[in-house]
Design a protein around this ligand. Structure first.
Ligand code: P6P
Length: 332
């Protein structure tokens, strides 16, 4: 049996700038290192939380910091990136002498890290943004990161689950690679991923039901009504606690993932962050023929106002998201 294509060979033939290829390979290297640390966490004593919070006010897990440091070490050394920004860092990070890098890297180093202690799936989400030509060589400004998702040069995720996967797009479809632990290579196993148009699955954290706006509640009740309700088909609910795992399920089996705004304090714009969760995931889903919005506007059309801006998000099978938007918009 011939060996599947490696990530390096795939990128060689992808017709993308050498710097973007180099940057993507450095992200894949960082994810391979993170996968190893996640897998060995119980053995190295890194399952628990630290006595500190991140800029989000969330208690940091030891592995959140370890994963972030791996990105700084591996991707911070890449000549592709002039600066990095992370869920775990309040401000952008730039290494001396890297201002000539043509790209910016934004990432959530360990998405869903509360799953670590129960050995449930966790992931990494990344987004690569181009620098404006007239900025290359100059000191990186935070405003350079504040680009809509449609401007991404590449985006994707690593999923640390039953397999270790690296799934990304450079703007011409979505490809998935599986880590071959025999030699540490990423092998093409999911060429040209497409979101199935029809699916019975929806993902939302139903514990927040009492805080939802009426339109969200009416959509979920329609899903729960199944074949006897307005949607005319029985549904199934899934909620993994890690966005990456839900997004991957949708790329494989279709469905919708919802994290709406709700009436809890601090949730007026939802929980998930635009720059390093919703924009990369939303763009990837669009690249695979799906749809992603904040229930009114395409996620990839929203220009961030700040690095850690939150947005409501609904992503998945295009027709199902359109149906959701009719319910969510009906509350207007
Ligand atoms: P909740 C993980 O903390 C995360 O940012 C996403 O990966 C995940 O989908 C969501 O939050 C889970 O949120 O409210 O269910 O804990």
């Amino acid at each position: 049996m011939t060996q599947p294509t490696t990530l390096a060979d795939f990128l060689q033939d992808a017709g993308i700038p050498a710097a973007l290829r180099e940057g993507l390979l450095s992200v894949a290297d960082a994810c391979r290192d993170i996968a190893d640390r996640v897998e060995r966490a119980p053995l190295t004593g890194h399952l628990g939380a630290l006595q500190q919070s991140n800029v989000q006010g969330e208690t940091q897990k030891a592995l959140d910091v370890i994963a972030n440091d791996i990105f700084l070490d591996v991707c911070g050394a890449s000549s592709a990136f002039a600066a990095l920004a992370s869920e775990e860092m309040e401000q952008l990070w730039a290494r001396e002498g890297r201002s000539d890098g043509p790209y910016l890297l934004v990432f959530d180093p360990l998405d869903g890290s509360s799953n670590i202690e129960i050995s449930a799936p966790v992931g990494t989400i990344f987004s690569i943004l181009p620098r404006l030509d007239d900025r290359i060589g100059g000191t990186v400004l935070e405003a350079e990161f504040l680009q809509p998702g449609s401007r991404q040069a590449a985006a994707g995720y690593a999923l640390y689950g039953a397999q270790t996967l690296f799934v990304f797009s450079v703007g011409s479809g979505v490809a998935g690679f599986t880590l071959d632990r025999a030699d540490g290579s990423w092998r093409l196993t999911h060429p040209d991923m497409r979101v199935p148009p029809l699916s019975a699955e929806y993902a939302i954290n139903a514990a927040h039901r009492r805080h939802w706006d009426p339109g969200i509640l009416s959509y979920v009740e329609a899903c729960e009504a199944g074949a006897s309700g307005p949607l005319g088909r029985d549904r199934n609910m899934r909620w993994s606690g890690a966005m990456v795992a839900d997004v991957h399920r949708i790329l494989v089996r279709g469905g919708v993932f919802l994290y709406p705004a709700d009436r809890r304090p601090g949730q007026a714009a939802g929980k998930l962050r635009l720059l390093y969760e919703c924009a990369p995931a939303g763009w990837l889903i669009e690249q695979a023929g799906g749809r992603a919005s904040d229930s009114r506007t395409a996620i990839t059309a929203i220009r961030p106002g700040t690095l850690h801006q939150r947005v409501p998000i609904a992503l998945g099978s295009a027709d199902e998201i359109a149906t959701f938007e009719t319910y969510a918009g009906a509350e207007d």
